[in-house]
Design a protein around this ligand. Sequence first.
Ligand code: 6PG
Length: 231
Amino acid sequence: MRIIVCGDTDHFADRAAGHIKERLAGANGPISLGLAGGNTPQPIYRKLAAEPLDWTRTVLWLGDERWVPIDHPDSNSGMAQRLLAEHVDARFLPFPYDPESGPAASAMRYAEALAEVTDDDAERIVLLGMGSDGHTASLFPETDALSAGGIYTATWVAAHETWRVTATMGYLQNAAELVFLVTGPDKAHVLADVVNGSDDYPAGQLVATASADVTFVVDAAAASRLTDSLT
Ligand code: 6PG
């Protein structure tokens, strides 16, 4: 586990983009890059979009999605497309929102598409956010998504009265690297628990069981509860 603590928000975005750029540039073959949703990664995607990297061997996909069409303001696919995918020559897989089929069938279709376009030897790197409730991707506490098999699943999140679709715990666990991007004081308590090995939260369960390398890029506010020995 590696923890990169950055001062302020600008330094955080620079450092996170730098880490991701290093990983992409250092990869030997095809790359499968899972993108985090929400607000935290947005300045990072803007910076990556300006990087002169060879994106042709990268497939960009969404670690999770809200159950909305891509042109909806809450869409992670729309956000990723606007800020990164339309600016680089990577292959981009937006989530196939289809109200006719519903969340479960659409998640299955996405899983099939991911399996189809991702080279067997692709290095899977997944960017992840984390909520103050300890969710990551759309693996929310006390939901059936936590025990789902396969690659991608649909999940009713009662706490938010909404459908979500998400990469499964298993698909995330065996990535090459998980890069958690966490900022803000409201996540400090959960981050400290997760980094200290607690599996009380989905993010902690993932970190505790993943075969992947795990990197945290965090700002000082989110790191405020980490003990000195861990930073
Ligand atoms: C989403 C996410 C989710 C997000 C966390 C943190 O669709 O919202 O993928 O897991 O990463 O909720 O969100 P913020 O970055 O907005 O704090």
